[in-house]
Design a protein around this ligand. Sequence first.
Ligand SMILES: Nc1ncnc2c1ncn2[C@@H]1O[C@H](COP(=O)(O)OS(=O)(=O)O)[C@@H](OP(=O)(O)O)[C@H]1O
Ligand SMILES: Nc1ncnc2c1ncn2[C@@H]1O[C@H](COP(=O)(O)OP(=O)(O)O)[C@@H](O)[C@H]1O
Length: 208
Amino acid sequence: MSTLGNPANIFWHECPVGKAEREKLLNQQGCVVWITGLSGSGKSTLACSLGRELHTRGNLSYVLDGDNLRHGLNKNLGFSAEDRTENIRRVGEVSKLFADAGLICIASLISPYRKDRDACRALFPDKSFIEVFMNMPLELCEGRDPKGLYKLARTGKIKGFTGIDDPYEPPLNCEIEIQQKDGVVPTPHEMAGQVVSYMEGRGFLKAQ
Ligand SMILES: Nc1ncnc2c1ncn2[C@@H]1O[C@H](COP(=O)(O)OS(=O)(=O)O)[C@@H](OP(=O)(O)O)[C@H]1O
Ligand SMILES: Nc1ncnc2c1ncn2[C@@H]1O[C@H](COP(=O)(O)OP(=O)(O)O)[C@@H](O)[C@H]1O
């Protein structure tokens, strides 16, 4: 017999303190900044720089980094399409909890499949899912190669590496795109500034 709970016997329990009250306390709106892009495109750099900028401004955020989560919550997952889908699904659900807590959740994962990112977006029907595409050319990311993984992938020592022998599907309708201007990569501070401007313009950085 299945050990899974029967959904018919599982009920939602409402608590007296709700999201709006928590947001008022924090003077901000709970949301997720979802950073997607190739390995080496600058996802973690932007996540950290944005976290610092928000902290300086008095906004509470928390970074969920793909690499870090694979040491714990997602340590049983690999890089097959199915495992990546499950990885993104779990982080989407955790992001939803953080946003419900009133925090600005910064999720930084390759998240190569459009359908997986769109499934996360669907968890946030109130437009509080802000997708940020690190639109950096493969040659730049591969040239950086801070962990030496592209080199291993090129020599066949890692199979199924995103951008080399595994797909990356760029967003079609993201909220923010970070890219080079005249061949120059924006600084981490400039990248964070672009996201902060977007959030400020839409009122996320104060309570409703
Ligand atoms: N096969 C393969 N493909 C892509 N990336 C690989 C792979 N194997 C290991 N790594 C390392 O894992 C990091 C990506 O983890 P994510 O959880 O963000 O990946 S995914 O969203 O599930 O695709 C990624 O981190 P970043 O470089 O920060 O993107 C790599 O360091
Ligand atoms: N805007 C930037 N300007 C200069 N170097 C950067 C920038 N963004 C990332 N880097 C560098 O590129 C490398 C990869 O960045 P990282 O944030 O780890 O990428 P990802 O998380 O997408 O794998 C790191 O060595 C980082 O210092």
